[in-house]
Design a protein around this ligand. Structure first.
Ligand code: NOJ
Length: 716
């Protein structure tokens, strides 16, 4: 896709000096030059800047960032285009992660909507807003699968499932890049963090990882394969090492797997400082050695630490790095710049967009992302009810936006109190004081028909460099739950969180539990849409909710062991921990509705299919009848899992292979169809070769990963 611009790129390269070529491999932040702008202008004039990141610090997601200034970007771009010898425009990038001005749910929350079309639509809006501010490239989507919710960055990714990871990758990239990268409303996407960053040991950010080749191929890589397949233009190399080799200095990961196996032909940017970190890893001696190792591994653009610009010329002149190596990296970068039409349209253009529509879409996605975990019949609420509202997230705005919000407006974000007040028609809203002591909570609750607790975690406990050692609810919140449980009123807990929290002992004392996540600008309104039944909940957990922090790691797609048989994921109660239950509090794919769905007539169009026919495009058509037998119209996420019963490498007890979100009117039945083909039934061996093996496959279709609706098909 990007290769088709190679001839034009080569022509440009043939006229460039070595210094100019290396300039293309250099990304800077402008912040250090703000006191000496002339120095910055000269660097650009001399062709020493290939790209500018619109961030002031390395951990942009949790630090205050500079404001967008499209006029300044254009002024600098004019120097690159009109005053540098080659006139090559610079590529401006910013971390536009889950929203720009309008903020959408955190990626982990969006994944729980299981609605790819809606996610794509929202990411298209995000691209449009960012482009209207002069941003041409985003460092998103983040595709790190993760087993450890203590890791602060689990909130930025798709959760624990490779299929969901691949679907999210596709939806976000289609949204960002659109059908045409040259469209003024499209921006370049970046699949990150390649590779394995989500496996940081103990949930400690940036920490080491041990990942077997089998796990890498079948679990870590699928989302990146999908991203490449969807035409992602750039990939970010991660900070971490895998089995002792830092990815940003590894030919195995950046060239052999990414280029030869995945067939990626855009360019690779390092994460901020990852090239220099090869020294900290103990993998390179000095900055010169870092530059050599990274460029030879296949890393094209050095983010912000000047290792390339200061060392590559010397390395080439000394014969330590080949000029072909440099030319290849420059060619990849130029191909993307050409493909996106940067040479024809180098300047940012301000344009109008429909912010009201974006807010409406954000509210829809937020509501579809929220997961109803428990309901003793207390929800939906009546808009005439008198409500007592309390808890630390009652007046909170910033956390609702979530980490990695660089440009969303906190002051324009309704808090939960305002949203509830607005949603009630005749009902009264009583609220405690804003202290965390809740001294008047008993008095307040006595005046109400029902109690709503606004609970959760701050955005400060999530994101980069913000891991936690314990994912339990804070003590003061647990005390508040217990205190309200002791009243004679029904208590609803609404949880504003980034990650799955360990809620054993908490949910038991609540009559209903809505997991509202940090769902962006419209979090509070969307939560009210669900609470009052204007939207019937349809979100499902994209990640396991463990009972306790000490149960981490716990994920559904684990392999089967010799013993206990099917005992993991708590399916065999005889094999619990001696001091607690081993099952999750809520399994993967779980979520309630206000209505009820019934599954019947699960069937496949064949019981037997030959491997040859599968290879030639043969399919297994699976169908199931889903009926809405409850009292509301509603959406259901119909999920299909497989299990390869016997294989040369043991396969997971369940693997998600498809989902469909269907809307069913009250009393309606729909037949939902799935197709299983060669690409769904196999796995990768340690060399990255894809295999489908003969034998029996169990196929499960139902409401979550523990569904018992099963049929079998044999591949012979
Ligand atoms: C470091 C983060 O790891 C990465 O996700 C982000 O895109 C870069 N900084 C740029 O801000």
């Amino acid at each position: 896709m990007y290769k088709k611009f190679a001839n034009r790129a080569k022509e440009i390269i043939s006229e460039m000096t070595l210094k100019e070529k290396i300039g293309q491999l250099n990304q800077i932040t402008v912040t250090p030059y703000m006191n000496d702008v002339e120095k910055l202008r000269n660097m650009i004039r001399e062709g020493q800047v290939g790209s500018i990141i619109l961030a002031s610090t390395a951990t942009a997601g949790n630090d205050q960032q500079g404001r967008i200034d499209i006029d300044m970007y254009n002024e600098l771009q004019k120097i690159a285009v009109e005053e540098s010898r080659m006139g090559i425009p610079m590529l401006y990038g910013r971390d536009v992660i889950h929203g720009h001005r309008v903020v959408y749910p955190l990626p982990l929350a969006s994944a729980s909507a299981f609605n790819d079309e809606l996610v794509e639509k929202c990411y298209r809006n995000i691209a449009e807003e960012a482009a209207a501010d002069g941003v041409r490239w985003t460092f998103s989507p983040m595709l790190d699968l993760c087993h450890d919710p203590r890791w602060g960055r689990i909130v930025e990714g798709p959760g624990e499932d490779p299929y969901v990871g691949a679907q999210m990758a596709r939806a976000c990239i289609r949204g960002f890049q659109g059908d045409n990268l040259t469209d003024k409303k499209s921006i370049v996407a970046c699949a990150k963090h390649y590779l394995g960053y989500g496996f940081s040991e103990g949930g400690r950010d940036y920490f080491r990882t041990e990942i077997s080749d089998i796990t890498l191929q079948n679990y870590v890589l699928p989302a990146f394969r999908a991203a490449v397949d969807e035409g992602v233009a750039t990939v970010m190399s991660s900070f971490n090492d895998i089995n002792g080799i830092p990815v940003s200095g590894s030919k195995k990961y950046l060239t052999d797997i990414l280029r030869s196996q995945l067939r990626f032909n855009g360019f690779v940017v390092s994460d901020w400082g990852a090239v220099q970190m090869l020294i900290h890893h103990g993998y390179a001696e000095d900055r010169k050695d870092c530059a050599k190792k990274a460029i030879e591994a296949g890393l094209d653009l050095d983010m912000c630490v000047r290792c390339y610009i200061e060392n590559l010329e010397m390395l080439v002149n000394d014969g330590e790095v080949s000029i072909e190596n440099i030319d290849t990296a420059v060619e990849r970068i130029l191909c993307v710049k050409l493909a996106m039409g940067l040479f024809d349209r180098p300047y940012g253009e301000k344009f109008d967009y429909d912010k009201e529509k974006h807010l409406k879409d954000a509210r829809e996605l937020a509501a579809e992302s929220m997961v109803l975990l428990k309901n003793n019949g207390v929800l939906p609420l009546n808009k005439e009810a008198n409500i007592a509202l309390m808890g630390p997230f009652t007046h909170e705005r910033r956390s609702l936006l979530g980490t990695w919000t660089l440009d969303g407006s906190e002051s324009e974000t309704p808090n939960f109190y305002e949203a509830l007040k607005n949603a009630l028609t005749n009902g009264k809203l009583f609220c405690t004081d804003t202290s965390r002591t809740y001294d008047n909570s008993s008095e307040i609750s006595s005046r109400a028909d029902i109690i709503i607790l606004a609970l959760g975690e701050s955005h400060w406990t999530t994101g980069e460099r913000h891991s936690v050692s314990d994912i339990s609810l804070s003590k003061d919140q647990i005390e508040l739950v217990n205190k309200m449980h002791a009243t004679d009123k029904k208590v609803v807990g609404v949880f504003f969180c980034g990650r799955p929290m360990a809620l054993e002992g908490v949910v038991e004392n609540l009559d209903a539990v809505l997991y509202a996540w940090h769902s962006g600008s419209e979090t509070a309104n969307a939560a009210c849409d669900i609470l009052f039944g204007d939207t019937v909940p349809s979100g499902k957990t994209p990640v396991t909710f463990p009972r306790r922090s000490t149960h981490i790691p716990l994920y559904y797609n684990t392999t089967s062991s010799g013993q206990p048989v099917n005992g993991y994921y708590g399916q065999n109660p005889q094999w619990n921990y001696t001091d607690s239950m081993a099952s999750p509090l809520y399994p993967f794919g779980y979520g309630l509705s206000y209505t009820k769905f019934e599954y019947k007539n699960l069937s496949a169009d064949k019981e037997l299919i030959s491997l040859d026919s599968l290879k030639l495009g043969g399919k297994i058509n699976v169908s199931v009848d889903v009926s809405n037998i409850g009292e509301y119209d509603g959406k259901e996420v119909v999920q299909l899992y497989i299990r390869d019963k016997v294989a040369s490498i043991i396969r997971p007890i369940r693997e998600l292979k498809g989902y469909k979100k269907v809307f069913l009117k009250l009393g309606e039945t729909q037949t939902v169809h799935f197709e299983l083909s060669y690409k769904d039934l196999g796995f990768y061996n340690e060399n990255g070769e894809y295999l489908v093996e003969k034998g029996v496959f169990e196929i499960y279709v139902g409401e979550n990963c523990l569904t018992k609706n099963i049929i079998t098909v044999k591949v012979n």
